[in-house]
Ligand binder design. Structure first.
Ligand code: GCU
Length: 412
């Protein structure tokens, strides 16, 4: 077995530019060698593992091995938080080697209930932005400039930011709906910038020399962070290990979908406004949507070098994002969006869900997706769920009402 945290080796695949061109979405039920998949068994034993390898090699970089050990330390616990409705905790997770970054999980949960379903996912700027609670840790690593309380020029977070983005993960509202919620700052795992001198990328020897074209990229590291959070949640007596839903917004929505696809312990997957590289197609027909060329140029660290090679010709990608959704089958996936956010390609995401449906049908769900594009404001709560609200690119308390409604159907 490879050392903990290092990428698991993959079989050899041809270079991106030598792959055959396919204008439409490649069929999720046809193997690379042309074999047709007709049963759940063959899907699970043959095609699903093949797709997971393809997504690693050509898009997100290799899936890191699970750490041998995850140690949890409760940093604080306040049983009278959230307007007296619940308990707020912050848990520090440490993994094996001492030089590895730590992950800080902020968990809000209702009081006095049996174990509840829990939403889990990364946040953009630090746990302290989500609550004014004074015991919540302020990140000490690099944070993006422009967020509340971030020192000009230094990219350091300060206590000024406390509670200033509480609407993005409305902890009390979620707890009042009967759910727990656990979130961590994505930058503790891997800061959102190119370069390999920090975060998990810095711990790999390969990162220091010429990185392989399928080096584990940032979105994959963030997904890895979600998996480590799940490692803790499945041992936590207050959350129900069988009822975890992963959530993320935008770049972290891409992360949520990847995390769900690569971890069967996650029961429901909610990529919010995830767009290109998430639930949005790479072969996009929406002129307003973000193209692969643009995303791999502006955010070169999110995906591996192999994916950048498809920028000029997405027809050579040997899969499209419907196959990442299909890897989640039969688990529910809800793609949520906003009308004004065509950059994230809401209609293209519906095409992606529709194209994933044949795999869900293998599991016996005859109607896994709405028959036509749902209207704005109407939740299509099928196993391949879809929702568009009016408005712009953001994650709001109203979005969370949709997430909890969907979870009420699939997790209660
Ligand atoms: C940019 C990027 C998107 C991404 C978004 C975000 O707009 O182009 O792909 O989803 O940032 O993370 O907010």
């Amino acid at each position: 077995a490879p050392p903990a945290g290092s990428p698991v080796p993959l079989p050899a695949f041809p270079p991106p530019d030598t792959l055959p061109s396919t204008a439409e979405f490649p069929d999720p039920l046809v193997m690379r060698d042309g074999t047709k998949i007709a049963t759940k068994k063959d899907w699970e034993e043959k095609r699903r593992p093949e797709l997971k390898e393809l997504f690693q090699h050509y898009m997100y970089g290799r899936f890191p091995a699970k750490p041998e050990k995850v140690t949890a330390k409760v940093l604080f616990e306040d049983t009278k938080a959230l307007g007296g409705k619940g308990t707020l905790r912050e848990v520090e997770l440490t993994f094996g080697p001492p030089e590895w970054p730590k992950l800080y999980l902020l968990i809000a949960a209702p009081n006095g209930t049996p174990p509840v379903a829990c939403f889990v996912g990364p946040n953009f700027g630090g746990n302290h932005l989500l609550t004014a609670h004074e015991q919540v840790r302020v990140p000490t690593v690099w944070v993006p400039g422009g967020y509340p309380g971030v020192e000009k020029g230094t990219n350091r977070a300060t206590a000024e930011g406390r509670g200033k983005q509480a609407d993005t993960w409305p902890l009390q509202q979620i707890v009042e709906s009967g759910y727990a919620v656990a979130t961590f700052y994505c930058g503790d795992v891997q800061p959102d910038r190119p370069g390999v001198s920090e975060g998990m990328r810095a711990t790999l020897p390969a990162a220091k020399d010429a990185p392989p074209a399928d080096e584990t990229a940032t979105v994959m590291w963030w997904a890895w962070g979600c998996h480590r959070a799940v490692d803790f949640l499945v041992t936590d007596p207050r959350t129900d290990a069988k009822r975890l839903a992963v959530v993320g917004h935008s770049r972290l929505g891409k992360t949520a979908l990847l995390a769900g696809a690569f971890d069967d312990r996650i029961a429901v997957v909610i990529p919010h406004q995830s767009g290109c590289g998430g639930a949005g197609p790479s072969r996009s027909k929406n002129p307003k949507a973000e193209p692969v060329k643009r995303i791999t140029t502006v955010f070169p660290h999110w995906f591996c070098a192999n994916f950048r090679a498809f920028g000029d010709d997405t027809t050579k990608i040997p899969f499209d994002q419907h196959s990442l959704v299909a890897i989640c089958a039969p688990r529910p996936v809800l793609a949520t969006n906003a009308d004004d956010d065509q950059w994230a390609n809401p209609p293209g995401q519906f095409d992606v869900l529709t194209a994933a449906a044949p795999v869900y049908r293998l599991y016996g769900d005859a109607r896994p997706v709405a028959a036509k594009l749902p209207e704005t404001g109407t939740l299509a709560d099928e196993r391949l769920g879809y929702f568009v609200r009016a408005g712009k690119h953001s994650m709001t308390p109203d979005d969370w009402k949709v997430f909890t409604r969907y979870a009420d159907k699939w997790l209660k």
